[in-house]
Design a protein around this ligand. Sequence first.
Ligand code: FES
Length: 86
Amino acid sequence: VAVRAEAGAGGGINPAIRKEEDKVVDTVLTGELAKPLTAYCRYGQLLTGFPFSLCWRSGTFPLCDGSHVKHNKATGDNVGPLLVKK
Ligand code: FES
C-alpha cells in the first residue's frame, strides 16, 4: 500500500497543522455531550491500518472545513472526513 506523503517538509503528511507540537493529538467526547453529527478531518488511519485516507488540510482541524474538496480537485485524490454520528 502506497501512502501519499508529499504534503509536509521531509516527506510527512501534515502540511501545516500545529507544527509546534511534538505530536498532534485530539480527544473526542461522546455520550450526552456529543453533537448529532460531527465531521472530522482525517488523521487516525495510520494508527488503525486501512484505509489510508489522510487529509490534514482543514483550517479548523480536527474538524473538517471542506478543504479536502479543493485538494481532491487539484490532485485527483479521494480523501474525505470521518463522520461521527450520535
Ligand atoms: Fe480534511 Fe475535510 S478538510 S477531511
